[in-house]
Design a binder for this molecule. Structure first.
Ligand code: SF4
Ligand code: FE
Length: 481
């Protein structure tokens, strides 16, 4: 397993083509816009080397029998699924933000299962190939980003109908030694500081979309791959230590648009190529694995936010007020409701034909659907508890200024025994955790709300539920007569 330091050193040696604010980024690790995201991902390496987290953060590879970082593990039991959720919460408590590495973990588990079923049905040889790739990831403890979301263009058109054929990643050439791909994947959390990307299709496809039903893995340094890093709310704050709020780990994951300009992928890295009938299965598997997570990581992050609000109440002298306690209780209730959803879908998970374990689909979708609401409610309560000054605070530079610094210190003070700086730091943290980019991730990460609702309805067994009602109210069905 890599240490956090070794992970950072490995990134320094990479030479991917990454742009931010119109400029090529040469040294990502030491760039203040990227460093917080690197630090956050590095925590997935740090905990694996910490004896306290050995049980949660490491696992035994079912392929090699070696001890591996759990973020590269294929779930072998319901307990593995539970440990995943608990691990994500524990890391969220230490970073207060997204640590990105779960996306690739979910992509590995989804692809592992689908390649097996594809081979069983079609006689292809993808699973064995994929297992070799997985061994490479496990043995080198690599960070993989799971590449699912295509730009998608006109949402009413399927991939092959788009005016621009590149709006979904697709095969442009099939060669004896591999394929050439073109297109892009959007909103790729952690891609800038990952080693590899595992590309999957983003929608269910029909036979006409065969060139778009493609799954493959590629090193992000490969020629033809270019990344464009997105702006975040308040990202200029990264130039000021205190004003960032979460100075070490930043805001959410750090996302890029990953562009593939005719990239060559050798066959041994290709895990689906034209099997449209399995694209929907891969999308659904990945989505369910990722939706399972949100009552893990977001609860860990919410634990930090609840702690920030409780601290702020103390700094404001309001901690004993009953309405303050009640709002904190409400935040706790919402956070633990989210966590129980993630635990439930893990405990109720089942074994797939490939042998790995898979969360209960409905419960995973319910969990993610709740996230799209509860995180906003938690944010609303945090704003209420923190007070309006989180929206009007002067900067760290004002506090340090020889003339106005003492004025800021005097008038932003709460309870006399707490330093003003502590109150400002806590306010910035609450602002950071409840601002634009952080909230949007809760809404759209792992799929927008409607994507969960489609799956909830599909698995709802409405006919069975109608039958329950008909019987109880005395309507006799034809088959009952
Ligand atoms: Fe992991 Fe997604 Fe949570 Fe980020 S938001 S920590 S990638 S599950
Ligand atoms: Fe996410």
């Amino acid at each position: 397993m890599k240490t956090a330091q070794e992970y950072m050193d490995s990134l320094r040696q990479m030479s991917g083509e990454i742009y931010f604010m119109g400029e090529k980024v040469e040294n990502l690790v030491d760039n203040p816009h990227f460093r917080p995201h690197v630090n956050s991902a590095a925590m997935t390496y740090e905990v694996a080397c910490d004896p306290e987290f050995e049980d949660l953060a490491t696992a035994t590879s079912h392929l090699t029998g070696k001890t591996i970082n759990r973020f590269t593990h294929i779930h072998q039991s319901n307990l593995d699924l539970v440990k995943k959720v608990k691990l994500l919460r524990a890391i969220g408590q230490r970073t207060g933000t997204c640590f990105q590495r779960c996306v690739g973990w979910d992509a590995l588990n989804a692809t592992y299962s689908v390649t097996y079923e594809m081979d069983e049905k079609l006689g292809t040889k993808y699973h064995e190939r994929f297992c070799e790739y997985l061994k490479h990831i496990q043995e080198n403890d690599l960070m993989v980003v799971g590449g699912m979301t295509d730009p998608k263009g006109d949402r009413m058109l399927s991939p092959h109908q788009q005016a621009d054929p590149d709006l979904f990643v697709h095969v442009v050439e099939r060669r004896e030694d591999g394929i050439v791909v073109r297109g892009a994947k959007a909103h790729q959390t952690g891609a800038a500081n990952s080693h590899e990307i595992l590309i999957m299709p983003t929608v269910n496809m029909r036979p006409e979309d065969a060139d778009y039903a493609v799954c493959f893995a590629v090193n992000l340094e490969t020629p033809g791959i270019m990344q464009i890093f997105g702006r975040q709310t308040n990202d200029e704050r990264k130039m000021c230590e205190m004003d960032q709020g979460n100075r070490v780990f930043g805001i959410v994951g750090g996302e890029t648009l990953v562009v593939f300009n005719d990239v060559f992928i050798p066959w041994y890295r290709v895990f689906m190529c034209g099997e449209t009938q399995f694209s929907g299965m891969l999308v659904e598997r990945f989505a369910t694995y990722h939706r399972q997570n949100y009552g893990g990581c977001k609860c860990g992050v919410t634990d930090v936010l609840i702690g920030a609000c409780a601290s702020m109440a103390e700094y404001n002298g309001a901690a004993r007020a009953s309405h303050i306690k009640d709002k904190l209780v409400e935040m706790i209730h919402l956070a633990e409701t989210l966590h129980t959803g993630s635990l439930a879908c893990s405990y109720e998970g089942s074994q797939l034909p490939a042998g790995n374990y898979y969360p209960h689909t409905t419960y995973a979708n319910v969990t993610k659907q709740n996230i799209t609401r509860f995180i906003y409610e938690i944010g609303r309560l945090a704003h209420d508890l923190a007070g309006g000054f989180i929206g009007t605070l002067p900067s760290e530079k004002d506090l340090a200024h020889p003339v106005i610094g003492p004025v800021v210190d005097k008038y932003f003070k709460g309870v006399a025994t707490f330093p003003t700086e502590h109150r400002i730091r806590m306010a910035r943290l609450i602002e950071n955790m409840t601002g634009g980019t952080a909230m949007v991730e809760s809404m759209h990460g792992a799929g927008s709300p409607q994507a969960q609702r489609v799956m909830l309805l599909r698995d709802a067994k409405l006919e069975q539920r109608k039958g329950f009602a008909r019987k109880i109210c005395g309507i006799i069905d034809d088959e009952d007569q």
